[in-house]
Write a protein that binds this ligand. Structure first.
Ligand SMILES: [Zn+2]
Length: 287
């Protein structure tokens, strides 16, 4: 049986956050069995914590925001994605601000943090969730469907007006190896029209071509060249791997995602979180 895992030691990364434009530091720390992933705001009195769960999500418009009382944390999806892909069941993510650094808009820096910290097995068995029946969320143009399966496999399509490589499709099994090679370097994309609106709302203060690529009028504007020709859809899968982890456990199954985004990703994670709670209460009653 597979064991639960945490990081061997701590590692940290500092940089500019996307929306507030503030310099923030994030640290990943080991945590005991059955902790799950917990974010801790060390800049606030009492260092309040929020467990990374779909039921704690308070906003999905510009990334995934979780909150529990004063412990508000923006844009958790890229760190959650790296932790999920690397099979880290338990960790405390300490932050000295409300939003982690955006870095290059990918999850590569967080993968490097995990690799630097190392991974250790713990006493308890891993509680990987494998839904026994299909489940899905349907948001019109956006659909995310999960079928039973023994591995986490994701097939995804996306389509953006003005994107020169459109539509895009990619599918892969999620393992630490495939994640490292095929997904973690894929950067955040933003459409130019959305960017103008975000800036007018006072967001994206930390935004630059270091942090995201811009889709505009048949071109992709980014630093250096594209890392993959279908980098947009790969980033969509990266986000989905992170959002799905908000069900509270690592999950396995076959996922088919059509034009996914945070709202439907988090909705599916919420369904899974409820299914996990139901399974646990049935087991409890059966004792
Ligand atoms: Zn993202």
């Amino acid at each position: 049986m597979e064991k639960q895992k945490t990081v061997r030691t701590s590692a940290q990364y500092a940089g500019i956050s996307l929306h507030a434009g503030a310099r923030t530091k994030v640290r990943i720390l080991p945590a005991p069995c059955d902790t799950g992933i917990v974010f801790r705001r060390i800049d606030l009195p009492g260092k309040p914590e929020v467990r990374a769960l779909a039921s704690k999500v308070v906003d999905v418009r510009r990334g995934t925001t979780i909150a529990d009382g004063a412990a508000v944390v923006f844009t958790v999806e890229h760190i959650m994605s790296a932790l999920h892909a690397y099979g880290i069941d338990n960790a405390v993510v300490e932050m000295d601000g409300m939003e982690p650094p955006i870095a290059d808009g990918s999850s590569l820096p967080f993968v490097e943090m995990i690799e630097e910290a190392g991974i250790v097995e713990q006493e308890a068995e891993a509680a990987v969730f494998a839904p026994a029946r299909p489940c899905w969320v349907d948001g019109g143009a956006t659909k995310v469907i999960m079928l039973p399966g023994e591995k986490l496999e994701i097939a995804c399509t996306t389509s953006f007006a003005g994107c020169p490589f459109d539509p895009q499709f990619f599918q892969t099994e999620i393992t630490p190896e495939t994640y490292r090679q095929e997904l973690c370097g894929a950067r955040t994309f933003v459409q130019y029209s959305d960017l103008k609106m975000l800036i007018s709302m006072g967001l994206c203060k930390g935004g630059s071509l270091d942090a995201a690529a811009i889709i505009h009028d048949g071109a992709i504007i980014c630093r250096d060249s594209l890392r993959y020709q279908n980098e947009v859809v790969r980033h969509k899968i990266l986000d989905l791997v992170g959002d799905l982890y908000l069900c509270g456990r690592r999950v396995v199954g076959k996922v088919v995602a059509i034009k996914p985004g945070h709202p439907r990703n988090v909705e599916l994670a919420g369904l899974l979180e409820k299914m996990i709670a139901e399974t646990a209460s049935k087991q409890e009653n059966g004792k």
